[in-house]
Design a protein around this ligand. Structure first.
Ligand code: 13P
Ligand code: SF4
Length: 349
């Protein structure tokens, strides 16, 4: 943590906890309207003092708040400076010019930010915000896989620990998994840890994939019957994240990453849609598509939901829950993440 940041920790002008003040509703009228469309309207006045206090603290600290698309609307719309999928957040961390990043997402995302911006202070409002995919595999597992498949490169989904990234040749997100597998330039790749994302990638490429048995505890809950029923009952288009099981993806009109889903909606503007993914994703998109009716098959990520306005406020106020990655791990994990970002940059040229 930098000296300047440490000094501001003793600044007595920083608010201990948010207070309601008159004029708050008028000051945040536009935001309050947006939130009232996305949340039970009784909740909105409860959020405004926290949002106001976090915005003040953020300014005093010179912090940037980044929020994943699965964060609740009061965070996504209320306090985040940068929002997006895990790829967008990784890129933003790499390009960020603030010394302090507060990552509202799960731990592997905050670790990626720290690895890509090693000189910055990265805080996460709750250090326990994990991920079932990230905890499904260890660095020792990756080394054992390499021994079993000598010479076969490893592409790791970013939903992994820094130690697993450090054992990998390259990282990917769901937005660029096919591209990254093909960028290895070989006919066989170890792809980990999500077996469902991996089996979907395998349908999109000629490259043979060796898979691991990780699963997302949120996306694995969706069933094909639920998707079929939603389509038939509501005459809705089905859009699914590739972390869902293959039989669910087989029911989908479109399969794509968090960012690809948003782009698909923009292009297709369906009358009704069901987003087969984490629930807040549809909430956060709804106000961009007033002519699209969102049917909500709802599964929440319990890890993403550990992040709340009060714990964002506390982490910014006390500068706590700093993400730390051991130097040697960070250097090797960074190479795998950089390889992913470099492929993305080539695509954008
Ligand atoms: P994205 O890579 O699409 O942001 O997804 C991350 C994630 O955790 C999905 O469950
Ligand atoms: Fe991990 Fe699934 Fe939660 Fe994404 S939704 S953070 S993959 S547990």
């Amino acid at each position: 943590m930098t000296q300047t940041l440490r000094q501001t920790m003793t600044d007595s002008s920083l608010p201990a906890s948010p207070r309601w003040r008159s004029g708050l509703e008028q000051e945040y009228a536009t935001l309050a309207d947006t939130l009232a469309q996305l949340l039970p309207c009784l909740e909105v006045p409860l959020h405004l003092p926290w949002i106001d206090a976090i915005r003040q603290l953020k300014q005093q600290r010179g912090a940037v708040i980044m929020a994943h698309s699965y964060q609740s609307p009061e965070i996504f719309h209320g306090v985040a400076d940068i929002t997006g999928d895990s790829l967008a957040l990784a890129q933003a961390a790499a390009d960020c010019d603030s010394d302090l990043i507060v990552l509202c997402g799960v731990h592997f995302m905050a670790e990626s930010a720290k690895i890509l911006a090693p000189d910055k202070t990265v805080l996460i409002p709750d250090l326990e915000a994990g991920c079932s995919l990230a905890s499904s595999i260890t660095a020792a597992d990756v080394r054992a896989l390499r021994e079993r498949h000598p010479g076969v490169p490893v592409v790791s989904y970013v939903n992994t620990s820094a130690e697993v990234k450090a054992e990998s040749d390259a990282c990917c997100t769901s937005a660029n998994a096919v591209q990254m597998v093909e960028a290895m330039g070989v006919d066989k790749v170890i792809f980990l840890p999500d077996r469902y994302l991996g089996s979907w990638v395998a349908t999109q490429t000629q490259v043979e994939l060796v898979l691991w048995h990780g699963q997302c505890e949120v996306h694995e809950k969706f069933t094909a019957m639920e998707a079929r029923h939603t389509r038939e009952r509501f005459d809705a288009k089905i859009v699914a994240h590739p972390e869902c099981a293959p039989e669910v993806l087989a029911e989908a009109d479109f399969v794509g990453s968090t960012s690809a889903m948003g782009k698909w909606l923009e292009k297709e503007q369906p009358r009704r849609v069901a987003m087969i993914t984490e629930c807040s994703m549809a909430d956060n998109l709804r106000n961009q598509f007033p002519n699209v009716e969102f049917i909500k098959p709802c599964n929440l990520c319990p890890h993403m939901k550990r992040i709340t306005l009060p714990n964002i406020h506390a982490c910014l106020r006390d500068l706590k829950h700093e993400v730390v990655v051991a130097h040697d791990v960070s250097v090797r994990a960074r190479a795998a993440l950089e390889r992913m970002l470099a492929v993305g940059r080539r695509e954008r040229i």
